[in-house]
Design a protein around this ligand. Structure first.
Ligand code: AMP
Ligand code: TRP
Length: 331
């Protein structure tokens, strides 16, 4: 990580296979930006605890995300890759933020409100989720946070935490900004809703060709025939074409949709082919990396040590400014 560059941080929860929504909404940017920023990319295993209670599964998912990161092109020489729990200082900082924020403030968070609306049992970890996330971001003096649109409010909360803390104790935290790609804000799933691990509507990034075919063929379409004129903006298949076609191909497809001359079956077949062409090299790379688990574990270990040292350096200043450190000169 070179000096003088701005700091970028982001993370993904180890809660299942990544899908193309994760990739186009967030993960691809981790790779695109790794030369431009001092980058820290972590595996949010503490956040995953809000839902994952099976330790074996959590371990496997955590290793899987590390392999995914490497497979999409994150380079440990350029990007500090680590698991969140190797920086336990974030939990300490989150506690301090807890003591500055209010319950009504956190009750306005979308994720919490959604869970309550669905009558889900909300554990305190879900309620606290944005506070821990603010700690992840602020502890490393991060400037930018590439995420999907669903995380925008969390970055806003991180800014509020920084402001509240700085106002109370003195200027110590930077105000972070989200990077959200226009056009990739909410990648739709096979049912047209936001693609999400929770909705059973995903196309996994590392899916086999059979899985891709099955997912794409399951996309509901209307009853128009091949010759009918179709509005591409109302079709989920076309929405996914936008991710996998270049401008020229997309313009051609759009014309065929609008004039008539392409059926949904053919459109889906083209989509399957394009997804497969795009993801096959990633899948192959992933399979290779997965053969050497020990190297991945070593990489995580090394990243964890470096991230922890960095977090600790910041926390020493934070503990001093809030009054937790005692020394004769500071009394
Ligand atoms: P998660 O798997 O929930 O940890 O999400 C990892 C990243 O992917 C976050 O930055 C999300 O905002 C982003 N993301 C998840 N689903 C989508 C989607 N359907 N469209 C765009 N971004 C998404
Ligand atoms: N909440 C993010 C998600 O669901 C994961 C995450 C945790 C994160 N801490 C973060 C992302 C800090 C960016 C920065 O995707």
């Amino acid at each position: 990580m070179a000096l003088g560059r701005k700091t970028l941080i982001s993370g993904v929860k180890p809660t299942g296979r990544p899908h193309i929504g994760n990739y186009f909404g967030a993960m691809r940017q981790f790779v695109d930006f790794q030369d431009e920023y001092s980058s820290l990319i972590f595996i949010a295993n503490l956040h995953a605890l809000t839902t994952e209670k099976n330790s074996k599964q959590l371990k496997q998912n955590t290793l899987d995300v590390a392999i995914d990161y490497l497979a999409i092109g994150l380079d440990p020489k350029k990007t500090l890759i680590f698991k969140q729990s190797d920086t336990p200082q974030v939990a300490e900082l989150a506690w301090m933020f807890n003591c500055l924020t209010t319950v009504p403030y956190l009750m306005r968070a979308h994720a919490y409100k959604d869970a309550v609306a669905k009558n889900e049992e909300v554990n305190a970890g879900v309620f606290e989720y944005p506070v821990l996330m603010a700690a992840d971001i602020l502890i490393h003096d991060s400037d930018v946070v590439p995420v999907g649109y669903d995380q925008a409010q969390h970055i806003e909360i991180a800014r509020d935490m920084a402001r509240m803390f700085n106002h109370t104790f003195g200027e110590i935290f930077k105000s972070p900004k989200e990077i959200i790609l226009e056009g990739m804000k909410i990648v739709p799933g096979t049912d047209g809703r936001k693609m999400s691990k929770n909705y059973n509507n995903t196309i996994p990034l590392f899916a086999t060709d059979d899985e891709i075919t099955k997912a794409v063929m399951s996309i509901p379409t209307d009853s128009s025939t091949i010759d009918d004129q179709k509005d591409p903006e109302k079709d989920n298949v076309f929405a996914l074409h936008k991710l996998f076609s270049n401008k020229k191909e997309l313009a051609k497809l759009e014309e065929k949709y609008r004039k008539g001359g392409i059926g949904y079956k053919e459109s889906k077949e083209i989509l399957v082919k394009n997804i497969s062409t795009f993801t096959a090299p990633l899948r192959e790379k992933r399979a290779k990396i997965a053969q050497d688990k020990q190297s991945v574990l070593d990489m995580l270990d090394e990243g964890g040590k470096r991230a922890r040292a960095k977090a600790e350096e910041k926390m020493e200043k934070v503990r001093e400014i809030v009054g937790l450190t005692l020394s004769e000169s500071s009394l």
